[in-house]
Ligand binder design. Structure first.
Ligand SMILES: [Zn+2]
Length: 290
């Protein structure tokens, strides 16, 4: 059945996204690009000197070099890499974080190469295509058997019920639905979950019955923690995708598999979106040097 729910992706609010300040090593070599905020942080602590309008030179020896590919060192525009518009932008993770979070450290860090700016329209449109790839990858790496699927559907219902409960409580008691657990990393905010003003008592009982098998009590923090943990491996939109299991299966096959998995996502992004404003230095085959 075709999904008709509207996906919403929260845009980045700050005026300048990239900033494009240059950061030089003590010897004067261009190390990376940083935001104005970061540059000012170094300057204010006397850890760097101002070389020119948008260039700082650090005063200490850096701990190894960062990603010094042409792509990372060049100026970047605050615009959608696909269509070029400059509003409603958010970062898209070309390799979804649900997989990457299970990768060894060296593959997990230096992921800036795979964070690309997209406008809301292009982002939503690509996420739909990405969903199809996620389902294919699930079949390849970690097929979900029927019994497991039932379990996941049941748990998904419980997560949605739990979210409705804490959202309701947060409205009444002024606590944030996911409190300290809420990650900012993806910039996504799921608007599709129920947003009741105040749930009637009999409905609350119904929601609690769904959540009960998974929690020891109905305290706000217990339920929030259940949602937080469940969301790590259970996608809220489809129980047929388990990024965690796929990520681990990829890792188990070794480094070559991780490399080709990353490249597969990059190629899929390029083939699907045909980006017109992506730097020529962005490379499907790029990986951080050892
Ligand atoms: Zn766009």
């Amino acid at each position: 059945m075709k999904k008709t729910r509207k996906m919403r992706i929260e845009p980045i609010q700050r005026e300048e996204i990239y900033g494009n300040w240059k950061m030089l090593s003590p010897e004067g070599m261009l190390m990376c690009r940083v935001s104005e905020k970061k540059a000012q942080w170094y300057l204010s602590r006397d850890l760097a000197t101002l070389e020119d309008e948008k260039t700082i030179r650090i005063k200490f020896e850096p701990n190894g070099v960062g990603d010094t590919s042409m792509y990372m060192l060049e100026d970047k525009s605050d615009c959608c890499v696909v269509c070029g518009v400059a509003h409603d932008l958010s970062f898209h993770h070309v390799v979804p974080y649900g997989y990457r979070r299970h990768f060894p450290e060296k593959w997990k860090c230096h992921s800036s190469h795979d964070n690309l700016l997209l406008c809301e329209r292009c982002h939503v449109s690509y996420e739909r295509a990405a969903w199809e790839l996620k389902k294919r990858l699930q079949q390849i790496y970690a097929p979900i058997v029927a019994s497991d699927r039932e379990y996941r559907i049941k748990k998904l219902r419980a997560v949605k019920a739990a979210f409705a409960l804490i959202r309701d409580e947060s409205r009444l008691g002024k606590k944030h639905p996911l409190g300290r657990h809420r990650g900012k990393r993806h910039g996504h905010r799921n608007k599709e979950l129920p947003s009741p003003k105040s749930i009637p008592p009999d409905r609350i009982e119904g929601l609690r019955a769904l959540v009960a098998p998974y929690v020891s009590d109905f305290e706000f923090d217990t339920i929030a923690n259940f949602v937080h943990e469940a969301r790590k491996n259970l996608d809220l939109q489809d129980p047929a995708v388990d990024c965690g299991a796929v990520g681990l299966a990829v890792v188990a096959k070794g480094e070559d598999e991780i490399r080709s998995f990353i490249e597969r996502w990059r190629k899929h992004f390029i083939d699907t979106t045909q980006p017109q404003f992506l730097s020529e230095n962005w490379d499907i085959g790029w990986h951080k040097a050892e």
